[in-house]
Design a protein around this ligand. Structure first.
Ligand code: HEC
Ligand code: HEC
Length: 621
C-alpha cells in the first residue's frame, strides 16, 4: 500500500503515500495485446468463438464441464453442495467431507466469540476451503472426432469419494469472478497467470520451451515452399489468455489426466458449437450464428469458427506436426493459442461499468443513498480500504499499474522495518501464512511467482520474464514480504459473489467488514508478512453498516440479471451428488450420480426477477 521510496536506474525519488481514488470503470482503458493483428483477422468472430467455448460443456473431458460451470453467476460460483475442498494438509476435510451441503452456520470458518475483537476467544478455526467442484478423477486415453466425451478410465479417488464411489473433485482455492478480470495485471489468487501469453500455457516467458506453429514461406535450394515451423510468440497484456490455457488440461477442473491441448483441439474442431445447448434468439453475441431451432450454432464446426477468426498462417498448413510423440494437424497443434485468445477477447467484454458507484463517479451525485455516501467515506478514510482496493478497478493489482514505477513497492511492516512486495498482493491474515503461501510460491521451473522474489533471485530473469525494467532496488539481501499474500480482488458485484476470500471461508459482507474491523484472523501469526494496515479499525456499528451498503453500490444490475454482455447459452451445472456425505448413488462406473442445476438460455435483456439464479446459500447480503 504505502510507497515512499522508489529507485530505478540511477534515479532515486521519494513519492508520497497516495492511494488511487476509485473512479468510473467506463472511463478506464481496456488492455489488449499490441500485436493482436498478427493472429486475429476478425474480432467479432473471435469474441463469438470465445463465448461459445466458455459456455460449451464439451470442453470438459466428461462433456459436462464448461468454464461457465464454475463461473456462471456474476462470473463466480454460488453452488453450496460438494464445494468443500480437502483442505490444506491434503488429506482430511476440516468438517463435512465430499458431497457436504454447506450451511450458513458453517461460516466464518475462523470464528471469534466477539467478531469485532481479535483478542476474544476463538470459537472454532476450520482449516477448510470452499470452492468449486470440477471433474471426477479419471485418466485420459483418446478423443474421437465427432464424439462429445473423451475416452477415459475412472481411477479410484483416495480423497474425493463417499464409500467406494468417487465424487467430483473440488478446487483448493475459492473461485473468483471472471467479470472485470481483464483489468488484472496477473490473474489467479497467486498471480501465476502471466501477463505475457506464450500461446501454449499460463507460464509466459518463464516456459522457455513454449512453441506454436506457423505456416511460412521458406527459401531452400529448390525454391520457395510453404512449411509449418515452430515459433516462439509473445503477447503483452494477455494474462486472461495465459489463464484460459490452464483449466482445459487441469485434471481437477475440466480434464481427464494426460490430455493434451491438441487432443482438445482435435475434439472441438470436429464438433458443432454448443450443440445440445439452447441459444437465445436475442443473444447479444451469438444471435446471428444461432441454429434456426435454437440448438447451438448453425456453424458446422469449431474448425470453421477458427478459420474465420484467425489468420490463415496459424491453421492452413498441410504438414502435420508432432506434439509429445503424437501427430496433429496445425490447427489442433495451435489450439491453445486460439483458445487462449478467443477466451481473452470474450472475457474482455465482461466489464461491469454501470454500477451506481460508476454513475456517481461520473458526476451523478444522487445515485448513492446517504448511507452509501457515509460508507464511501469510511472506505477512503477510517476503513483504509482504498489503500489496497484503489483505482478504477478497485484493486491495486490492476493492469493500470503496470507502468514501471508500479510493479514493486515498499512498506513498513507490522513488525517494523521495510520490505519490498508485489503491488496489489497483500497478506491480510485470512489464513495462517504456511497454510497457503499465495504469491510466495514457485512456478514449475523453480522460480518465485512474485516479482519481488524473482528480482531478488535474479534481476536479469525479472527483466526477461516480465519484459519490464525493475522499478526498485532489490538485492539478494533485500527483505521481501510476499509469503501468504494474495491478489487484491476488485470489488464490483461483490454482493453477488459469496463466499469470500481465497479460502471461501466468509459468507457475508458483514462478516468481511467485521474481519477488517477486528484486524484480521491471523495477524499475530502472520506478522512477518502482514500488511501494516491490518489493525483494529474501531468502526462503529453505523460505520460498518454504511460500508456494507457502499459495497452494494458496486453491483451492476446487468450482472445480477445476466443481461448483455453477461447473457449466455443454456447451461446444466453439476450441483453435488444425489445423497449425502455417507451415501451416494453409483452411476455404474464408480462415480456418484450428479444432481443438476439448469440455467435457461438468456438473451440480451436478462432474466426476469423470478428466474435469477439463487445466490450463495440464498443469503441476502
Ligand atoms: C472447476 C471449476 C472451474 C472451472 C471449470 C474453471 N474455473 Fe476459472 N477458476 C476456478 C478457480 C478455483 C479459480 C481460482 C484458482 C486460483 O487462483 O488458484 C479460477 C480462476 C479463474 C480466473 C482468474 C480470475 C482472477 O481474478 O484471478 C479466470 C479469468 C478464470 N478462472 C476463467 C476460467 C476459464 C476461461 C475457464 C475455462 C477455460 C475456467 N475458468 C474454468 C474455477 C474454475
Ligand atoms: C492491506 C490491503 C487491504 C486492505 C486495507 C483492504 N483489503 Fe480487502 N482484500 C485485500 C486482499 C489481498 C484480499 C484477498 C485476501 C485473501 O483472500 O486472502 C481482499 C479481499 C476483500 C474482499 C473479498 C472479495 C472476494 O471476492 O472474495 C472484500 C469484500 C474486501 N476485501 C473488502 C474490503 C474492505 C471493505 C476494506 C476496508 C474495510 C478492505 N477490503 C481493506 C486487500 C485489502
Amino acid at each position: 500500500m504505502l510507497s515512499f521510496a522508489a529507485t530505478f536506474g540511477l534515479m532515486t525519488f521519494t513519492s508520497v503515500a497516495v492511494a488511487q481514488t476509485p473512479s468510473s470503470l467506463a472511463r478506464a482503458s481496456r488492455p489488449e495485446p499490441s500485436n493482436l493483428g498478427s493472429f486475429v483477422q476478425d474480432r467479432a468472430a473471435t469474441i463469438a468463438l470465445g463465448k461459445a467455448l466458455f459456455w460449451d460443456m464439451r470442453v470438459g473431458s466428461d462433456a459436462k464441464t464448461a468454464c461457465a460451470s464454475c463461473h456462471f453467476h456474476a462470473g463466480a460460483d454460488p453452488r453450496s453442495k460438494n464445494q468443500l475442498s480437502r483442505g490444506p494438509n491434503g488429506t482430511s476435510f476440516a468438517f463435512g467431507g465430499p458431497n457436504y451441503q454447506l450451511k450458513a452456520g458453517d461460516f466464518p470458518f475462523h470464528q471469534f466469540s466477539d467478531p469485532n475483537n481479535r483478542d476474544s476467544a476463538v470459537v472454532r478455526s476450520l482449516a477448510a476451503v470452499s470452492s468449486s467442484q470440477g471433474v471426477f478423477r479419471e485418466n485420459f486415453s483418446s478423443v474421437v472426432p465427432g464424439q462429445a466425451e473423451d475416452n477415459r478410465q475412472v481411477v479410484y479417488d483416495p480423497v474425493f469419494h463417499v464409500g467406494a464411489v468417487n465424487t467430483r473433485q473440488v478446487e483448493p482455492r475459492n473461485t473468483p469472478s471472471v467479470i472485470n478480470a481483464v483489468f488484472n495485471l496477473r490473474n489467479f489468487w497467486d498471480g501465476r497467470a502471466q501477463t505475457i501469453f506464450n500461446g501454449v500455457n499460463p507460464w509466459g516467458k518463464r516456459d522457455t520451451g513454449a512453441r506454436v506453429y506457423k505456416n511460412e514461406s521458406t527459401w531452400s535450394l529448390f525454391g520457395w515452399k510453404q512449411q509449418v515451423r515452430s515459433v516462439q510468440i509473445t503477447l503483452n497484456d494477455s494474462s486472461l489468455a495465459s489463464q484460459a490455457s490452464g483449466p482445459p488440461l487441469s485434471d481437477l477442473e475440466m480434464s481427464a489426466a494426460g490430455r493434451r491441448f491438441a487432443d482438445l483441439g482435435r475434439k472441438m474442431s470436429s464438433l458443432r458449437p454448443l450443440a445440445g445447448q439452447q441459444v437465445a434468439a436475442d443473444d447479444s453475441v451469438l444471435a446471428s450464428r444461432r441454429a434456426a431451432n435454437g440448438d447451438g450454432l448453425a456453424t458446422a464446426s469449431y474448425a470453421d469458427m477458427v478459420k474465420t477468426a484467425f489468420r490463415s498462417e496459424w491453421w492452413n498448413g498441410s504438414q502435420t506436426v508432432t506434439v509429445g510423440g503424437r501427430s496433429y494437424n496445425q490447427m489442433e497443434a495451435n489450439f491453445s493459442l486460439f483458445f487462449g485468445l478467443a477466451l481473452q477477447m470474450y472475457q474482455a467484454t465482461l466489464v461491469s461499468d454501470q454500477t451506481p458507484f460508476d454513475k456517481f463517479a461520473e458526476g451523478q451525485g444522487s445515485v448513492l443513498t446517504p448511507q452509501q455516501l457515509t460508507g464511501w467515506g469510511v472506505f477512503q478514510g477510517k476503513g483504509k480500504c482504498v489503500n489496497c482496493h484503489g483505482g478504477a478497478a478497485f484493486t491495486n493489482a490492476s493492469i493500470h499499474r503496470r507502468l514501471f514505477t508500479d510493479r514493486l513497492n515498499r512498506m513498513v511492516m507490522g513488525n517494523g522495518g521495510v520490505a519490498v512486495y508485489d503491488e496489489g498482493f497483500y497478506n491480510i491474515g485470512v489464513t495462517p501464512t504456511a497454510q497457503d503461501v499465495g504469491v510466495g510460491g514457485n512456478d514449475p521451473f523453480g522460480n518465485p511467482l512474485s516479482f519481488a522474489g524473482l528480482a531478488k533471485k535474479s534481476i536479469l530473469l525479472f527483466n526477461i520474464y516480465e519484459q519490464a525494467l525493475l522499478d526498485d532496488l532489490v538485492t539478494p539481501f533485500t527483505r521481501i514480504a510476499v509469503q501468504g499474500s494474495f491478489k487484491t480482488p476488485g470489488l464490483r458485484n461483490v454482493e453477488l459473489t459469496a463466499p469470500y476470500f481465497h479460502n471461501g471461508g466468509t459468507a457475508t459482507l458483514t462478516q468481511v467488514v467485521e474481519f477488517y474491523n477486528r484486524g484480521g484472523n491471523f495477524a499475530r501469526a502472520n506478522i512477518a508478512d502482514l500488511d501494516a494496515d491490518i489493525q483494529p479499525l474501531g468502526l462503529t456499528s453505523d460505520e460498518k453498516s454504511a460500508l456494507v451498503a457502499f459495497l452494494k453500490a458496486l453491483t451492476d444490475d446487468r450482472v445480477r440479471k445476466h443481461a448483455a454482455p453477461f447473457d449466455h447459452p443454456q447451461l446444466a451445472v453439476p450441483n453435488g451428488h444425489s445423497g449425502n456425505t455417507s451415501s451416494v448413488a453409483n452411476d455404474g462406473w464408480g462415480r456418484a450420480v450428479d444432481d443438476w442445476m439448469l440455467l435457461p438460455a438468456i438473451g440480451r435483456n436478462g432474466y426476469a426477477a423470478d428466474q435469477i439464479p439463487a445466490s450463495f446459500l440464498g443469503l441476502a447480503q
